[in-house]
Design a protein around this ligand. Structure first.
Ligand code: ADP
Ligand code: F6P
Length: 474
């Protein structure tokens, strides 16, 4: 994966692999996985070589089929950890996405259930066994995200049994909530203990890091746990801006941009790209857009909101219900405001190819992101990376992790306040050109400075120091 600078023997572990495997007409097909984690780690591949271990996203029973899937993934330096479908369902859908994910994102009404929790433990154990087997003394093991919070502890025990000395890093790609909210989870102590067996723990923002430290009630940046020093830090995740710059040069993408510009020459384009997830505030976005159309009738035929809602976690009941709610809302808005000349909202519930996504970012005048909570939100970075020419405006919820770095370059609002959202959109559309340029340049500099490669290299360098000098103060 990427050019090998030969500096580190690195294993990346995440629940989701860079490729998702599906069975279609009796054969296995792979497609690039979507989501911020894959985007960030893929951006690291140019500069750093690593092996990537994770769940292939599908049950594969026979040895022959397992070999076929492993071969496909191995071509991308990824190694599958196979799980039975029942176990994977309980772990991924029922515990990680129905219990843990909502708590990490401050959603109330979560009902704890012991069955899924046991499955979560079991999957973390299976991961620990597979990784302890794959690692050698000196390997840096970098674990990602909330699906695997018990893994550092289980893995450390396994490595100890095998007499392998490795450093374990952990990065969380979601918020870490304030202690009082985290308390809602009855198994919180086990998860914290799991994490505290890491040598280095990374969060996206100071707020998440602080919440974690407050929960552990210890001194800044380092925690002593079972007589070991655990370092905690903020590592700003980003994208690979060059990938977007190159894609924008592609003649087919240029053609597509021209055709979209022609198609929308009389209107301002507002774009939104989000996984279909409660935390992205899509219901709030559509309601806020409805308010905007109500508040500024003179702009109704002068704008269009193109919203891509990428299908996600479709086996989880709450995600299915959200999809129904959104298509109903989208239908209502268009029913209310459509004229024979067009509709103000284009709602797409599907995944779009990377080239199309790039063209869409590039022709938009405004990007509207309404997360109610969001670890970082890399879509905001991608919009900026595609706007060198147009220098459009980012309208960003104050609850996205990215808002703590991008406030000065964007227009910020509270996603539950439809009036605020409507005013923020209006302000974006009417922004003075000099101010627009100033804001854009601020964002461009931030995105170009905080790349995924820099994020990864900084974390790996720090983890490597921990491996060499585990007792040294952080
Ligand atoms: P999250 O990690 O919660 O999904 P982010 O905004 O951080 O949110 O990241 C979403 C990522 O998914 C972005 O990098 C975006 O480009 C990517 N993405 C969106 N649509 C697709 C798609 N169809 N295929 C692959 N990746 C996609
Ligand atoms: O942002 C959190 C996250 O879990 C990422 O790690 C991942 O890229 C994204 O959400 C998509 O989630 P899933 O792996 O469930 O499709």
């Amino acid at each position: 994966m990427g050019s090998n600078e030969g500096k580190h023997n690195l294993i990346i572990v995440s629940n989701r692999l860079p490729l998702s495997i599906k069975r279609v007409d009796g054969t296995y097909e792979s497609s690039i996985s979507s989501g911020g984690l894959v985007t960030a780690l893929s951006g690291l591949t140019k500069s750093t070589q690593f092996r990537w271990l994770g769940w292939p996203g599908i049950e594969v029973k026979s040895n022959k089929d397992r070999e076929e899937v492993s071969r496909t993934l191995n071509e991308h330096d990824a190694t599958p950890i196979f799980l039975d479908s029942g176990l994977a369902h309980e772990h991924y859908n029922m515990f990680a996405n129905r219990i843990l994910w909502p708590i990490l994102h401050y959603q109330s009404g979560v009902v704890f259930d012991d069955g899924p929790w046991q499955a979560y433990r079991r999957v973390n154990e299976l991961f620990a066994a597979a990784i302890a087997e794959a690692a050698e003394t000196g390997t840096l093991i970098w674990v990602h995200d909330y699906h695997l919070m018990l893994l550092p502890e289980l893995l450390r025990n396994r490595l100890y049994e095998k007499n392998k000395h490795c450093a374990i890093g952990f990065s969380l790609h979601t918020p870490f909530p304030a202690g009082d909210f985290w308390r809602n989870l009855p198994v919180r102590k086990h998860l914290l203990e799991g994490l505290l067996s890491s040598d280095l723990i990374g969060f996206h923002t100071d707020e998440y890091k602080q919440n974690f430290q407050d929960t552990c009630a210890k001194i800044p940046n380092q925690i002593r746990y079972k007589n070991r020093l655990v370092c905690v830090g903020k590592f700003i995740v980003g994208i690979d801006p060059q990938k977007f710059a190159h894609t924008l040069q592609n003649p087919d993408v240029q053609d597509r941009i021209r055709s979209l510009e022609e198609r929308y020459k009389d209107v301002k384009v507002i774009v939104g790209v989000d996984r279909l997830d409660h935390i992205k505030g899509l219901t709030q976005k559509l309601k806020g857009f409805d308010s905007f159309l109500e508040d500024y009738p003179e702009l109704r035929d002068k704008i269009i909101l193109i919203q891509v809602a990428v299908p996600s976690r479709e086996d989880v009941k709450e995600y299915q219900e959200l999809e129904t709610e959104l298509s109903t809302l989208a239908g209502k808005i268009n029913g209310k405001y459509a004229t024979p000349d067009g509709t103000p909202l284009l709602y797409m519930h599907r995944s779009v190819p990377f080239t199309e996504l790039t063209a869409l970012y590039s022709v938009a005048d405004v990007c509207l992101l309404t997360s109610t909570r969001d670890g970082m939100n890399l879509v905001s970075f991608e919009f900026v990376a595609c706007q060198e020419k147009r220098q459009g405006v980012l309208v960003l919820s104050e609850f996205a992790g990215a808002a703590s770095f991008m406030r000065e370059g964007s227009i910020s609002f509270h996603p539950a306040n439809t009036t605020e959202m409507s005013e923020a959109l209006y302000a974006a559309l009417k922004l003075d050109p000099d101010e627009r340029r100033r804001k854009y340049e601020y964002l461009r500099d931030f995105v170009n400075t905080h790349t995924s490669a820099k994020w990864g290299q900084t974390f790996i360098e720090k983890l490597s120091q921990r491996c060499r000098q585990p007792g040294k103060a952080c």
